[in-house]
Design a protein around this ligand. Structure first.
Ligand code: SF4
Length: 612
């Protein structure tokens, strides 16, 4: 089957056995790969209600038909499981050599089941599968673990590994690869840790199946050059993602002091220009010329690879305006294997809870050293506070009480990434309706909304735009599996991707052919959610109360006195449901599911909850 290897590798860590499974062409074209494969496998194979940190959960590592081929930014892999953070479907993508090595080994996905009886490193070398002891690095950070693996296998292998955060089941632990790549915000690192799986190493030696490999090679080479030229012209990778920080500050969208503020005069001290000025090294994912990973020095002069999101959350949101201090916190998150966005959100929530008197403690805001110590307590679940915060903001707020849930900046159990939507209704809704929790990767409507629309409006056009963006970002890119940045940042047209798809599969698809698949993925993520939470309602898609609170409105600056209107937000949510064909609870109707060819999946869901 051109475009896919046509095989999954299923590994059972409990019995240390594995088997190769094939999948049909119909399955391939229906779900494409990556997130599509993962959500379908997990929906079919996981019984609702299982403990995401128990052996019944499964970790899916999946690539897509254009993953790993020599075309712009195709070095990404999806890691997915039932999320320990949200209880729903969770995934993340990260740049890694696993992408091409897995395909060369002959697989489009790994399905990892069970639980090892000791810390284990899974090594896949074409047909050979080994379960090696990893006791030597259990308890060590991702940086040492990576070095330990490279010392054995060289740098050409694909590696996924976890740090202490994953080992200790921190609900926002991530999976790490290469020098600074990290993915799986909804706790995919904790799922690995729950299986005593410290690392996965993949080596492959076979060609990636393609219909027209020579044509693809030539096209890919030309397009890599073209993207590189666009990047050079636009200088995007000079500041990387942190280049957006001054804009967020200017338009009052920066998270400051646990999202209480939206801008700050010292924000420039941690912006992309400063990052570039102190740059120690540049990193990138395989098959990428944009290389957006800027390493800045931490307080000890060691490399810390930053992005806007971690800088926003570990910097201004904690009242820290010093690049080296942000670098220290960011490097600690990377080494512990904690999601740096969620970690920043958890720390700021706790600091706010202290400041408001909901819990006792010394003031934290602005104290980078205290936050650094707290990260260690969380990653190692060292004490009561570390344990509490390792559960994430939503659960910590429920335990603390005293009204703290109102300023727990999360949706569905995932911390909000670095866009303060006090007065950006469309972006707020994008966070709200993301079926994985408040992740910006699903629909980053913010620049369009602030620059090209009436910012404070709640029109149906914004709901439509969110759906459009979800289709491209969460549907197309997450299933063919490639990085979205050429499209987002350079304007590299989405029409390039069906061309690559056709070259590898031999089909004749256009962009429009991908949208039913994208909608199918979103509908199935929702059905996954419904089976876990049969009593769910539209309030699962609400953002924190703080954004609706007039008392929380800015007192000066561009959005002084502005806040989200609850009734209008609800109307906008209704538009989104209507466009998607979902009912008033936010669940796809039977008719929508039938139209998407999900009748069988709907019948399974109906065993647990009623569909409209
Ligand atoms: Fe990776 Fe950045 Fe390149 Fe995307 S643009 S592939 S995230 S290095």
């Amino acid at each position: 089957m051109d475009g896919w290897t046509g095989q999954f590798l299923r590994v059972d860590l409990t019995s240390r056995t594995h088997r190769v499974e094939t999948f049909s062409e119909e399955f391939a074209y229906r779900w494409i790969g990556g997130r599509g494969f993962a959500v379908k496998i997990l929906y079919d194979e996981l019984a609702p209600g299982i403990d995401p940190l128990g052996p019944q959960n499964k970790l899916v590592v999946a690539v897509g038909p254009i993953s790993g081929i020599p075309a712009p930014n195709t070095g990404k892999t999806i890691v997915a499981a039932k999320s320990p953070a949200t209880g729903g479907y969770g995934d993340g993508n990260l740049g890694t050599r696993v992408t091409d090595q897995l395909r060369k080994a002959g697989y489009d996905a790994l399905i990892i089941e069970g639980r090892a009886d000791r810390p284990t490193m899974l090594v896949i070398d074409d047909d050979r599968v080994e379960y090696l002891p990893a006791d030597e690095v259990w308890g060590k950070g991702t940086l040492d673990t990576n070095d330990w693996i490279y010392a054995r296998y060289g740098k050409g292998v694909g590696v996924l590994n976890i740090g202490q955060g994953g080992e200790n089941l921190v609900r926002f632990a991530t999976v790490r690869s290469l020098e600074g790549r990290s993915g799986g915000r909804p706790g995919m690192g904790a799922v690995m840790g729950s299986k005593l799986l410290k690392a996965i190493v993949v080596k492959g030696s076979r060609p990636i199946p393609q219909a027209f490999p020579a044509e693809m090679k030539e096209l890919g080479r030309d397009d890599l050059k073209a993207v590189r030229a666009m990047d050079k012209e636009q200088a995007w990778s000079v500041q990387g993602t942190d280049g957006v920080l001054p804009w967020c500050n200017e338009v009052a969208a920066l998270p400051v002091h646990n999202f209480r503020g939206t801008h700050h005069p010292d924000a420039w001290m941690v912006d992309g220009e400063r990052a570039n000025a102190v740059r120690m090294a540049t990193y990138g994912c395989p098959n990428c010329t944009m290389r957006c990973g800027i390493a800045v020095p931490d307080e000890q002069g060691r490399e810390s690879e930053i992005d806007y999101e971690p800088v926003g959350l570990l910097g201004p949101n904690l009242d820290i305006y010093d690049m080296a201090k942000v670098g220290t916190l960011n490097r600690l998150c990377d080494d512990y294997g904690l999601d740096s966005i969620s970690a920043g959100g958890v720390l700021s929530f706790y600091a706010d809870a202290i400041e408001r008197g909901a819990v006792e403690g010394e003031p934290l805001f602005g104290d980078a050293a205290a936050f650094a110590r707290l990260l260690g307590r969380i990653a190692n679940r060292e004490d009561e506070v570390g344990n509490l915060l390792a559960e994430g903001t939503m659960r910590a707020a429920r335990a603390i009480g005293h009204g703290s849930e109102a300023y727990a900046m999360q949706v569905k159990g995932m911390e909000i990434s670095a866009y303060n939507c006090k007065y950006i209704p469309g972006m707020a809704l994008a966070f709200g309706v993301s079926p994985m929790g408040a992740h910006h990767k699903e629909s980053w409507i913010i620049t369009y909304e602030v620059r090209q629309t009436d910012r404070g409006s709640y029109g149906r056009d914004k709901a439509q735009k969110i759906v459009d963006l979800q289709r491209v970002r969460g549907g197309l890119f997450e299933s063919i599996v490639t990085c979205r940045f050429p499209w987002v940042e350079l304007g590299w047209g989405a029409e390039h991707y069906p061309i690559y798809f056709n070259k590898v599969t031999g089909k004749d698809w256009t962009l429009d052919d991908f949208w039913p698949m994208a909608d199918r993925i979103y509908a199935l993520m929702k059905l996954f959610w419904l089976r876990e939470y049969p009593e769910t309602d539209r309030y699962a898609d609400y953002v924190p109360d703080a954004w609706f609170d007039p008392d929380n409105a800015d007192t000066e600056g561009p959005i002084a006195g502005m806040y989200l209107d609850r009734e209008k937000y609800d109307e906008l949510l209704g538009h989104y449901y209507d466009i998607r064909g979902y009912d008033a609870r936010g669940i796809p109707t039977r008719a929508t599911l039938a139209q998407l060819g999900l009748d069988a999946e709907a019948a399974v869901a109906e065993e647990y909850a009623t569909l409209a």
